[in-house]
Design a binder for this molecule. Sequence first.
Ligand code: FE
Length: 347
Amino acid sequence: MLKKLACLSTLVLLAAGAASAQEQVVNLYSARHYSTDEALYSNFTKATGIKVNRVDADDAGILARLKAEGAASPADVILLVDAARLYKGEVEGLFQPLKSKTLEAAIPAQYRGKPTADGSTPWFGFSTRARVIVYDKVKVKKEDVDTYEELGDPKNKGKVCLRSGSHPYNLSLFGAVTEHLGEAKAEAWLKGIVDNMARAPKGGDTDQIKAVASGECAIAVSNSYYIARLIRSTNPEDKAVMEKVGVVFPNQASWGTHLNIAGGAMAKNAKNPANAVKFLEYLASTEAQNYFANGNNEWPVAKGVSVSNAALQSISGGSFNAETIPLAAVGANQTKVQQMLDRVGFK
Ligand code: FE
């Protein structure tokens, strides 16, 4: 009897908890899964009293779930990685563009979605990552891989390892190169990369770095945070990998290294839109930028915020020239890029 009573009171407590939580919550669908994000969420709750309910899934899973849920979706805020995916969410109508003086002041225009007719912004970038070239320090000279164009140069035949061309990280890089070179030259370049491949595309960015270290290929492409992760790893195998490979931030003498973002948006059918805006604005604060960017070895996007990260420092040399084209334009190129990939046989 006593036991039954205890169970009942637990139920009552749970119900009360659910009821009060309904008043001040923000429902987050996140493609981020970094342990440092926990501190980010608990600090937001401490500062605002708004509880963060989180659903973790990968980017494709989140976009599919939002579509399936439609108007009934409980999602208020969506966090995704890569401009190609943010653009996809935007054109599929899954976001609710918003106006926020705080976000517009903090986030440079090149890292935001293209404004709608009434001046609202569909999505905001909160951290940047560079897409860099990794090479075998013994077999390859740095000056033969210090531009993206050289990935497709015949001098590098049989040396290049890449993940799938259709992965958003590559769609965005290729979309950026298309902005710089124009379609015809970009397609010829992609054909050159296919001709230079050491093997068919497979695996993730870390697998490409390891393939260079193992000698399977001599040149690869990776996001900067995967390299920083290997540098910071305590695993001796990871340390051995990083001893064999060099890292170059491409196109320093021309348009700059390609940068991508992790970012966020308000969900189209947000049930707590005011809390969603508060949460997104919080992500642009100095405190949140530190957790958000540094937690995954990325650079903060908000103006005036800098972090010191020894691993990033060691590969970038402290500062580097980054591309300045708007990521909205890069995202918008992805259908075109996919068609070029199909034409040149880039899997
Ligand atoms: Fe990644």
